[in-house]
Design a protein around this ligand. Sequence first.
Ligand SMILES: [Ca+2]
Length: 434
Amino acid sequence: METCRLPQPRAHRDMIRLQDLNATPTQVFAALSFDRGSMKIRYAKIRHSEIRRTAFAAIAAAFSVIAVTLALCGPCSAGHATNAKPETQRRMVIIDQDAFGPAGSNLQAILLLLQASDVEVLGITIVSGDGWRDEEVDHTLRLLEIAERPDVPVIPGAVLPLVNSAARTTAWESLYGKLIYKGAWMENWPVQGAVRRTPHPSDPYLVPPSPAGAPHIKAAVDTAANFLIRELRRHPGQVTIIAAGPLTNLALAARLDPEVSRLAKELVFMGGSFNPRPSTNAFAAEYANAPRREFNMRWDPEAASMVLHEPWRKITQVPIDPTTKTLFTPDMRKRIGQGNAPFAAYIDKFGQSFPMWDELAVAAWLDPSIVTVDKQLLVDVDTSFTAGYGDTLSWSVGEGPGLGERPVHVVLDIDLAKFEALTVDLLSRRAPRH
Ligand SMILES: [Ca+2]
């Protein structure tokens, strides 16, 4: 807890300026207002002449009122004291992403949020997963330039998982069989119709030239966990976290500041798998024989389990299940490519026919009416170094092991036509300027 402090420097400036104003005490008093949200003294234009000392007297009286008010309200939390920005009508969000690109589900999910007129993207925090962090930062910065949104901060996060490693992955595969997808640790890309640069599984800091070009803007000199903590404390109860990659950054933030999850409005995450229905594309190979395995959770199972035990006010999970019937089709790519958004040519050139994993997580938050089937479950991730390492665990509410697992709002099915229409519509617009 931290005691509220009077805005002394600001008040001092105001007093000096009021010395030059001419007003009656009544007029000075009427001009002063005390804004509880910003803790600032404001004054309006004062028109009539009066001696200087009456202005000082009025200000002294105003400070007396403030002092009494503060005494009554007592000590304020640090979060309240730093909540200096005026509240916005737009929904505030931070997207935590393994932003491997160019284009593809990771970056198109970011674009959906940037395009939504009722959303304010506070920042994009980056985590290794599909690719390595630094290469993903590069892709994200370039995307923001192309989308004409260089104002949005990009904050680098975790390079590696908390416990999992390349060596542990190799050891696991020798015991339990090959993983079909390993993200940044892939030695060769799976055959999924995608054209991608050569993997570099053993060099997390290599940033190959992107076919979309090199960015000119820079990432923030900060770390994702610190950024998350600072923004959640600055806007308590107002910020949604949409996590569409491994949950390492959120786990680090939660361990640095155990209050941070409680300060978020909601956590929405893409990850986990329950009982996905078969799809006919190559991506079905991932879950055909391992229906509870999903990459975001499998990359960093310990982080995922930690985050799922945090006291979030609300958790919404978009697992593999509702994504198996989605696909970013050539027709959608063409329609967006012919649209009015500044990134139309970028999508037309680099769009890939992937399931729309991360776009769906964003869309389910933007417009929950696309969700047709959902369920409340207790959810965790298997952290035992067994065949089930990283698999999704779940129980009906009231039937869990009682280790602090949280109820999770699990999205199981969606209105596909509505989701596709929302995606194409948002990505075809010229976005509003914020
Ligand atoms: Ca992702």
